[in-house]
Design a protein around this ligand. Structure first.
Ligand code: 13P
Ligand code: SF4
Length: 303
């Protein structure tokens, strides 16, 4: 039996669903029940009523969010190595240190954080709703972690002062993009439009026609009249972009922008995860309760 048939069969037997992030390998996106950006996947996990098991084809913080929002379901991450390095950059000690330094300042954390960090914040945000979340506070000074580039982007739009925790937080994949590479491509394809993820540098944002989350980029690609689109995010998004827009041409702003953590997952690992029911995400109740509050607050604001 082919691996995709084996996955389909075991999925039915175990009443499981597979949620996959837009950066997953093409063959994983193709067998997933649902594909999306981080807020869409969290929302889907929250609304999931029928399944007993959720296999999260993504990285640790996304699977953790699903487990926090769905305490009665078993959430499986098919590889223990699939950890987002940006999420690891923020420690609870660092959050406490900043809170003590800026008493009363609201703490907004990107969902790309571990559950223990989420438990320390007022509200979570994703790249799709960060502006709205920050604008929901009257305060002009906001503590924001861990992505420095996303913080700068939100600060530019809202006019608020975002203090980044840690000061230097970044995504190792998105910082690979350089505006020079875009300008070279634009010389060859002058009619091309450029879309980038807010985890890219401010220099990259300056050469972009559109800045948004992975799913917002998919919408932009569909709606733009331009036939050639330069992409400033992880390579995995190309699969969905090409599938949804077969008549358009997509060019990576930097060919090797690959998130090795997202790419750890394979069809074999998904099958093994379903068969052996590993690796189950377990969050201590006390932490989960606080983190859930921060996530729910985000959903209330951004339904
Ligand atoms: P999105 O929410 O835009 O899918 O981004 C998640 C992520 O990890 C980007 O690097
Ligand atoms: Fe984390 Fe960057 Fe990978 Fe997204 S692309 S999961 S932020 S390392």
């Amino acid at each position: 039996m082919k691996i995709i048939d084996k996955i389909e069969k075991i999925k039915k037997e175990k009443k499981a669903v597979i949620l996959a992030h837009n950066y997953q390998r093409p063959e994983i996106q193709d067998i997933a029940d649902y594909i999306g950006d981080s807020i869409e996947l969290s929302r889907k996990a929250k609304e999931e009523k029928k399944a007993e098991i959720i296999v999260f084809a993504a990285v640790d913080f996304m699977a953790e969010s699903a487990a926090i929002l769905n305490p009665k379901k078993r959430v499986l991450l098919p590889s223990l190595g699939a950890r987002c390095p940006m999420a690891q950059m923020l420690t609870t000690d660092e959050i406490k240190r900043y809170k003590a330094k800026y008493p009363g300042a609201p703490v907004v954390l990107y969902v790309n954080t571990l559950a223990s960090s989420k438990a320390q914040c007022d509200i979570c945000c994703t790249s799709a709703n960060a502006v709205e979340v920050v604008n929901s506070f009257d305060s002009n000074t906001i503590l924001f972690g861990p992505d420095r580039n996303l913080a700068d982007y939100v600060s530019e739009i809202t006019g608020k002062k975002l203090i980044t925790i840690p000061e230097w937080g970044f995504c190792p994949t998105h910082v690979l993009f350089q505006p020079e590479d875009v300008l070279v491509l634009k010389m060859k394809y002058p009619d091309a439009v450029v879309m980038v993820h807010p985890e890219c540098s401010s220099e990259m944002r300056k050469v972009a026609d559109f800045v948004g989350s992975t799913s917002k980029m998919c919408k932009y690609a569909k709606n733009t009249d331009s036939k050639t689109i330069i992409v400033g995010t992880e390579r995995g998004l190309l699969h969905r972009l090409k599938k949804e827009n077969p008549e358009k041409v997509f060019l990576m702003a930097y060919d090797d922008a690959i998130c090795p953590n997202m790419k750890l997952l394979t069809l074999e690992k998904i099958y093994s995860s379903l068969k052996n029911e590993h690796y189950e995400i377990k969050i201590p109740k006390r932490v989960a309760k606080k983190a859930r509050k921060a996530l729910e607050r985000m959903f209330k604001l951004n339904n």
